[in-house]
Write a protein that binds this ligand. Structure first.
Ligand code: SF4
Ligand code: SF4
Length: 136
């Protein structure tokens, strides 16, 4: 059975310059599209991929990624904002790789555009009052 799934891959620093993802094609018969990639020098790398192929190849490919030390997150997870906690400080605006936070110029409030969110979790650590929460 053919599948096509979106996943977020978190690469620890030691793996950032390794050709890990290309082996999905060569060794596991899978196709992938890179939907988003973000690498910071001092932290980890993050990549949002759409992976397609046969279910058994997908399962093997995901196991291979996990064995190398990549943390894999399915996009079924949802990040939401606890409106009561948000102080509209703006710390999340530049952190978000997809532009899911927007400054409303007239009110100076920060809007959270949930439909743009890829659940990468970067804002969860960056938000001073811990207003961003991960839900399953
Ligand atoms: S960092 Fe947190 S408190 Fe600040 S605007 Fe973003 S969600 Fe709100
Ligand atoms: S989890 Fe936060 S930083 Fe990541 S895409 Fe969603 S809103 Fe942006």
């Amino acid at each position: 059975m053919a599948v096509s799934k979106r996943v977020v891959l978190h690469f620890p620093r030691r793996l950032v310059d390794q050709p890990i993802v290309s082996r999905l094609v060569k060794d596991y018969n899978l196709d992938f599209n890179i939907l988003k990639a973000l690498f910071t020098p001092e932290e980890e790398g993050l990549m949002v991929l759409e992976i397609s192929g046969e279910q058994k190849d997908y399962d093997r490919g995901i196991r291979y990624l996990a064995d190398t030390g990549v943390r894999i997150q399915a996009l079924s997870q949802d990040v939401i904002r606890n409106e009561e906690r948000c102080t509209h400080c703006g710390a999340c605006v530049t952190i978000c790789p997809t532009g899911a936070f927007e400054l409303e110029p007239s009110t100076r409030r920060i809007n959270f555009l949930n439909e743009k969110c890829l659940a990468c979790e970067l804002c969860i650590k960056a938000c001073p009052p811990r207003a961003m929460e991960l839900h399953f």
